[in-house]
Design a protein around this ligand. Structure first.
Ligand code: IPE
Ligand code: IPE
Ligand code: MG
Length: 251
């Protein structure tokens, strides 16, 4: 692929190796390692989360330049409420600021945002901020940006099941297609590639249903250090994978 003029020499080499016809349609990322990034520098965890926000901007810019259609970022899990109240409050403040400050950039770049998760449990002003950004960006079509907030894969599956039970669906009518329509991700294709930063090799309750055949990529890089070079490296690795879906090579 042709590198943008802003690419460094090293990035140019990576761009040239990428095959535009084999890019993932949907990249999902578990943005992990903000706390360790801060600790290494003798900074507060809050500073790590702040640095993580800049890495989000970089990731959005890179996938936009590449023409990837969908990106989903895991920002806050249903289990993250167990962190100390001060840290939860820092994350909520950053989230609120993000919704306020980023709207103009999302509009400028044609990015459509959608929140995945039970946002009804977030503080009211944040819920309002999210709904505002979702509705303002709803006609944008350059990139679908999903942000998983108070998201848990098990909770999502339970919630879908509850909504199906409430409809008194006949068991024979329940297909994978129907079930998917009741997930937070309804209408969004499954991720082709999952990236997790910080060296942890686990899913942590992210997109459990949707990742049945997703390619997994783990890197030791901490989220605030995950730049365009790291994204291109992950994508090149992805292009070396053979996806069989239970079949055999060449099919
Ligand atoms: C990821 O970084 C951000 C969120 C979970 C909100 P962490 O805060 O988990 O950073 P580490 O894993 O403690 O380094
Ligand atoms: C996963 O990271 C959740 C997010 C990135 C939002 P965690 O840091 O919460 O995951 P564990 O606790 O290491 O599994
Ligand atoms: Mg973590």
């Amino acid at each position: 692929m042709q590198a943008p003029s802003t690419a460094t020499a090293a990035q140019k080499g990576l761009w040239e190796k990428l095959d535009a016809s084999r890019l993932p349609a949907h990249v999902a990322i578990i943005m992990d390692g903000n706390g360790r990034w801060a600790k290494k520098r003798g900074l507060s965890r809050a500073k790590g989360h702040k640095a993580g926000v800049q890495a989000i901007r970089n990731a959005l810019d890179t996938v936009l330049e590449l023409g990837i259609g969908t990106i989903t970022l895991f920002a806050f899990s249903t289990e993250n409420w167990t962190r100390p109240p001060l840290e939860v409050s820092v994350l909520m403040t950053l989230l609120r600021q993000f919704m306020r400050i980023e709207l103009a950039r999302l509009m400028d770049k044609g990015i459509r945002m959608r929140a995945l998760g039970d946002i009804s449990l977030l503080p009211k002003p944040i819920q309002e901020g999210i709904h505002h950004v979702e509705s303002e960006t709803s006609e944008n079509s350059q990139l679908q940006f999903n942000v998983a907030l108070n998201y848990g894969g098990r909770k999502e599956i339970l919630q879908a099941t509850r909504s199906l039970l409430a409809r008194h669906l006949h068991p024979d009518e329940l297909t994978e297609r129907v079930f998917e329509q009741h997930l937070y991700t309804s209408g969004i294709p499954d991720p082709d590639l999952l990236i997790r930063t910080s060296g942890e090799q686990r899913i942590s309750n992210f997109l459990l249903w949707q990742m049945a055949y997703t390619e997994l990529y783990f890197t030791d890089v901490l989220w605030p250090d995950f730049d365009s070079t790291e994204m291109l490296t992950a994508l090149l690795d992805f292009q070396g994978r053979v996806r069989r879906y239970g079949g055999i090579d060449g099919n």
